[in-house]
Design a protein around this ligand. Structure first.
Ligand SMILES: CC(C)(COP(=O)(O)OP(=O)(O)OC[C@H]1O[C@@H](n2cnc3c(N)ncnc32)[C@H](O)[C@@H]1OP(=O)(O)O)[C@@H](O)C(=O)NCCC(=O)NCCS
Length: 430
């Protein structure tokens, strides 16, 4: 491994790769070209992943080049094995040690991104086999495979149209094939998981009114947002929410559907209010593949399909809510993008809640920069310009979280939670 990494001019990776090198190479085909470098296999996979024929020639050239170099071939095998085959603990240990995944610019120059694309294409046969096992319809497998095409779109956007996949995105593919049910349905992706419990949600038995209460111990600033970074914390006095649940009632601090916590404790009597979402409940963790064009019709279609899919295929995993934490659900979005933007229309339909922000790093999906740098951030599209202008004015960036209860699917596109809010405000004098 050391001599291979030295020859590839990637010696710094030795410590990070060492734990997986031997176990991965134990399955390396000694006397045959690995199937992930077989042009016939690649062609089938790229078709499943939604890429056009025009990529066959560059993919074949890169595959030949890697197959002809013992070191590159083994490194590709190792990286692919790490992402798709290694155990959870080994993978976590390795990613913690690998400050950066091999960039391979010295060894492959312009074809460096193709190294990861070739490994990413191996996602298709793996996902097909996994979905066959789970009896997931082939149409859903095809939709889910589109993620590789989305990853290519990101890479091309950041590399002047060059073909490839970012190493950091390549590793995400692990999540779809390992003991998870994580699929794309229409415009969006859904991952069946237990809820992390960022809010606890109650519903009034008669009126159907919905109120989210903040987690016990969650810390907010005077505006009702969560501060995490030191420069955010200096902005004002913080307060801490409590959540007391007894057989008769729950006492806690409400969150508005606009995503702000309110510093006023309220009491919900158990006789009137049901707990409808709490930590560890089954939910669909929402992910938004890149590609823009996310009008509300697409969201409505994907939400409905998701619940139908899980109820029909995996009834024990049917979710009580669709949840997400992202830059896309920032409470600042209307201010930044204006009220007509697709993301702002989407946000009106769901219940937002505060999330601790990691700063503008979370805007990677918009600017595709290794490390966010406002001075060099591209301003080519409307979203990029709006966000960069907002940050240039000195504003602090905040991510946001959201939930949407699956019981409310019929009410999607009626701004259900926001419409109910004035009555709740009145009842509790908020
Ligand atoms: C989230 C997302 C789907 C929202 O799309 P949308 O609001 O429907 O976007 P639209 O198609 O209406 O495009 C609006 C403008 O934003 C631009 N835009 C859309 N997605 C963009 C992106 N990922 N990066 C940069 N600009 C983007 C469009 O080009 C358009 O600008 P233009 O008219 O100057 O060309 C989109 O931003 C996206 O694809 N993001 C990448 C994936 C992502 O962020 N997922 C969440 C991960 S936490």
């Amino acid at each position: 491994m050391d001599s291979i990494l030295a020859a590839l001019k990637e010696p710094d990776l030795a410590e990070g790769l060492r734990p997986t090198w031997e176990p991965s190479l134990a399955t390396f085909p000694q006397n045959a070209r690995p199937s992930l470098l077989d042009p016939a296999v690649i062609e089938i996979s790229r078709e499943w992943c939604g890429l056009g024929r025009e990529v066959d020639a560059p993919l074949r050239m890169a595959a030949d080049r890697i197959a002809g170099n013992q070191g590159l071939c083994r490194l590709l095998w190792n990286i692919n094995w790490q992402v798709f085959d290694s155990s959870h603990s080994l993978f976590t240990q390795t990613t913690a040690k690998l400050a950066k995944w091999p960039q391979l610019t010295a060894a492959l120059g312009d074809q460096a991104g193709l190294f990861y694309l070739l490994s990413a294409l191996d996602f298709a046969p793996r996902l097909r086999a996994y979905h066959r096992l789970l009896k997931i319809p082939e149409t859903v497998t095809r939709e889910t495979c589109q993620q590789v095409c989305c990853f290519c779109g990101n890479y091309q956007q950041a590399h002047g149209g060059k073909l490839g996949v970012f190493p950091s995105q390549h590793r995400w593919l692990r999540n779809y094939v390992r003991d998870n049910i994580y699929v794309r349905l229409g415009r969006l992706e859904f991952w069946a998981r237990p809820y992390k419990g960022e809010a606890t949600v109650f519903r009034h038995r008669q009126s159907g009114a919905t109120v989210a209460l903040a987690e016990e111990g969650a810390c907010f600033n005077a505006e009702g947002y969560m501060d995490e970074l030191a420069h955010q914390q200096s902005r004002g006095p913080n307060w801490t929410a409590t959540l007391r649940i007894t057989p008769d009632a729950v006492r806690g601090y409400p969150i508005t559907p606009w995503g702000k916590a309110v510093r006023r404790e309220i009491e919900l009597a158990s006789a009137d209010w049901d707990r409808v979402l709490t930590r560890d409940d089954p939910v669909y963790d929402l992910h938004i593949p890149s590609g823009g064009n996310m009008g509300l019709d697409k969201v409505v279609d994907a939400f409905r399909r998701a619940h139908q899919f899980f109820r029909a295929q995996f009834p024990t995993r049917a979710g009580v809510a669709i949840v997400c934490g992202s830059w896309t659900f920032s409470p600042l979005m209307a201010e930044v993008l204006g009220t007509d933007a697709n993301l702002v229309r989407f946000a009106r339909e769901v219940y937002l809640h505060p999330l601790a922000s990691t700063g503008p790093e979370s805007l990677w999906f918009v600017f595709l920069q290794d490390k966010f740098d406002l001075a060099t951030a591209p301003r080519e599209t409307r979203i990029q310009r709006a966000l960069a202008d907002y940050l240039s004015q000195g504003h602090v960036w905040r991510n946001g979280g959201m939930f949407f209860l699956t019981d409310d699917l019929e009410r999607l596109s009626t701004q259900h939670y926001r419409t109910q809010w004035p009555a709740i405000q009145k009842q509790f004098a908020l």
